[in-house]
Ligand binder design. Structure first.
Ligand code: AMP
Ligand code: MG
Length: 495
């Protein structure tokens, strides 16, 4: 039962302390819920001669593909600011598959049973959150944002006990790797500098081979990851994405978005928006994401300190200096991203103010984030009070003048089209299709997924463009009252 996996398992050769080799725990009666045939083909898998039933057996872990060397990875992390020893408590990496293009990809089961890192958890996952990860990760990919991918979801035929009994499922996640800030923290806290050094070389070989012969490899790796992360966060903010659990174990070294738990897309522009019910302090609110990325990167730098320089004082100075770069690099990425959303190609000293003013007007009007930019692109959107506000009308006049001066208007429109999605997976609709899928009706889920795969095309489905009714979203998400969050970090950076 091989569908073309070519395993070339490198992680299994790292120091023993970094993983535990073990198989997924078999499940009662696997049933295939969804399979990403398009993606499977892209990575060199061939499913033409395998039955749906056999796919379910394979992707539940009931039968292992040839060449796999299943393991649970060890890592630690800061969860909501508190350091904890973690590890794959409900996931197993089958191995790394070599694609026809020569890329190594982790094939991971999520929800595959208990491991030595499970603590009090059952090692299992429920159907709805696994389908949510499948849907949002695929949507993010088609929004052109680096992300782990989803290959399939298999129902286990078992019940997982949460507050209520739920249907169990396993997601097959595909990632450039599962190396995280927390992987480095894990070895640092153990003071295992020899393994840390091996991990550094491994990471460079796998993700940043251009740094191989650099004199200050660790510092260069840190700077490269920082650049990937500032771009990623700016990209999240471009499409109103709120990750929801930016713990250091959920920040990848590859720069891919990972772990779609309580994530959601914001409708109404408010930097304080939080969807996760457990995030009571708003730590991972929309506008706080850059602060947290910077905080997580500071933890990454701390973990690397022994490799920055042999003299500790010098190493610490280098770490501080490197982390200090975050603000200016992020500001550059954020401004560039926003300029594209507004079709500002040439440079103009007033651009930062123009961007900042728009955010203020959007915030005051509780404007729908996505629809505001859609309006600027093509003038047609559902009703929104924003468009009647005299401040907005005045702002729009300035913006119109700006995009027609000193640059090609058509080129500006084209750039806007590539950067402003028309369709985002609005949370109230996501909840709806997940609920129906859970009840066994997958059609709404599949239809929604199809639309999410073409986010920049105006398919004129008005339902997809409507934000949740204001009071309904207020019930689902929290808007914090703390005033320091009103102006997001991103906007705060601007002139
Ligand atoms: P996450 O919130 O998915 O990033 O997971 C954080 C940590 O909790 C990771 O170490 C997971 O492996 C672990 N975890 C989450 N859910 C479970 C579960 N049902 N059983 C065991 N460990 C879990
Ligand atoms: Mg995680």
């Amino acid at each position: 039962m091989n569908i073309g996996f070519k395993f070339n398992n490198t992680y299994a050769k790292l120091p023993e302390v970094m993983a535990t080799k073990l198989n997924p725990v078999p499940v009662k009666s696997p049933k295939l819920t969804i399979f990403n045939h398009e993606f499977a083909k892209e990575i060199g898998l061939d499913t033409a001669n395998i039955s749906t039933n056999d796919l379910a057996i394979l992707f539940s872990g009931n039968k292992l593909p040839e060449g796999s060397e299943p393991l649970a990875q060890a890592y630690s992390g800061h969860q909501f600011g508190h350091f904890t020893m973690l590890g794959d408590g409900r996931a197993i990496v089958l191995g790394e598959h070599l694609t026809p293009k020569g890329k190594l990809l982790d094939i991971q089961f999520k929800g595959s049973g208990r491991t030595p890192y499970s603590r009090s958890g059952d090692g299992r996952a429920a159907l709805k959150p696994m389908l949510r990860e499948y849907l949002i990760s695929e949507a993010m990919h088609h929004l052109n944002i680096p992300t782990t991918r989803s290959l399939c979801v298999v129902e286990t035929g078992e019940i997982v006990q949460r507050e209520l009994p739920l249907k169990g499922a396993i997601l097959t996640r595909v990632a450039s790797s599962h190396l995280r800030v927390g992987t480095f923290q894990y070895l640092r806290v153990k003071n295992d500098i020899s393994s840390l050094s091996k991990l550094l070389d491994y990471t460079i070989k796998r993700h940043y081979p251009e740094l191989k012969d650099k004199e200050h490899k660790a510092l260069e790796l840190f700077k490269a990851v920082l650049k990937k992360q500032t771009k990623l966060i700016a990209d999240w903010m471009r499409v109103a994405f709120i990750h929801g659990v930016m713990n250091t174990d959920n920040m990848t070294i590859s720069g891919e978005t990972i772990d779609y738990g309580p994530c959601a897309f914001m409708d109404y522009y408010d930097p304080r928006t939080v969807f996760s019910s457990i995030d009571e302090q708003g730590r991972y609110a929309y506008g706080n994401q850059p602060y947290i990325a910077e905080w997580n990167l500071a933890r990454f730098a701390e973990a690397l300190i022994p490799l920055f320089h042999k003299e500790e004082k010098k190493a610490v100075d280098l770490a501080i200096e490197a982390v200090d770069q975050f603000k200016s690099i992020f500001k550059g990425d954020f401004t560039e991203m926003m300029k594209k959303k507004l079709g500002l190609i040439s440079s103009n000293n007033d651009d930062e103010k123009l961007i900042k003013d728009l955010f203020e007007i959007m915030f005051k009007n509780k404007a729908d984030y996505t629809n505001t930019f859609m309006y600027l692109m093509n003038g047609s959107v559902p009703q929104d009070s924003l468009f009647k506000d005299s401040k907005f009308i005045e702002w729009e006049k300035k913006w119109n003048l700006r995009i027609k001066t000193g640059q090609d208007h058509n080129e500006a429109k084209e750039i806007m089209k590539q950067n402003n999605p028309v369709i985002i997976p609005r949370n109230h609709l996501v909840e709806d299709v997940l609920e129906k899928a859970n009840e066994g009706d997958l059609k709404p889920f599949n239809d929604f997924l199809s639309l999410s795969k073409k986010p920049y095309e105006d398919l004129s489905d008005d339902k997809q463009k409507q934000p949740a009714p204001l009071n309904a979203e207020d019930r689902k998400s929290t808007r914090l009252n703390s005033s320091h969050l009103v102006i997001s970090y991103a906007v705060f950076c601007l002139k």
